[in-house]
Design a binder for this molecule. Structure first.
Ligand code: MN3
Length: 198
């Protein structure tokens, strides 16, 4: 059965950029709910319970039709959030310093870091309703910014190396309707070492 992964930092560790209450609710309630519903969907299908989640999501057409939507939504929610927690780190940690490797890759693909940041933020602001924004590695040289709706995973476009949850539950308690402020805050807590390794 699928289980909630531990955070690699305390719930208040991303303050003041991502507040403790949001982190607690987001991890313990929202993420847990995706896992509970994924496990419930898989319960009548024991042969599917131990399969690797990423491979299930990459091969949704092989999943029994009666649970395909549930695996897409709740399995996607589980994968997306598990990834999201790992690409954030407390703002004062050395991992928030962008590495030369990823910096030059971003410059190659987006001219400069500021232009990457602007395009990423524009994509996040343009995502209507709930969804995610991604930085995707498409080949050794090619990076792209994409966006998915709901809890859809980004694998169709390449390998995600950075992802941002833009569902309101990710920021509403602290930022209310100010999604742009949440985006600026997110850039303070990106674990660039993790992004570079992805
Ligand atoms: Mn979320």
């Amino acid at each position: 059965m699928h289980a909630l992964p531990n955070l690699l930092y305390a719930y208040d560790a991303l303050e003041p950029y991502i507040d403790e209450q949001t982190m607690r609710l987001h991890h313990l309630k929202h993420h847990q709910a995706y896992i509970d519903k994924l496990n419930a969907a898989l319960e009548p299908f024991p042969e599917w319970q131990n399969k690797n989640l990423e491979s299930l999501l990459r091969n949704l057409e092989t999943v029994p039709e009666t649970i395909r939507t549930a695996v897409c939504n709740h399995g996607g929610g589980h994968w997306n959030h598990s990834f999201f927690w790992q690409i954030m780190v407390p703002a004062n940690s050395p991992e928030t310093k962008i590495t030369d490797k990823i910096k030059s890759a971003l410059e190659k693909n987006f001219n400069n870091f500021e232009s990457f940041q602007k395009q990423f933020k524009d994509a996040a602001l343009a995502r209507f309703g709930s969804g995610w924004v991604w930085l995707i590695k498409q080949s050794a040289e090619k990076l792209a910014i994409t966006s998915t709706a709901n809890q859809d995973v980004p694998f169709a476009d390449g390998q995600p190396i950075l992802g941002l949850d833009v569902w309101e539950h990710a920021y509403y308690l602290k930022y209310q309707n100010r999604r742009a402020d949440y985006l600026d805050a997110f850039f303070k807590v990106i674990n660039w070492q993790m992004v570079a390794g992805g």
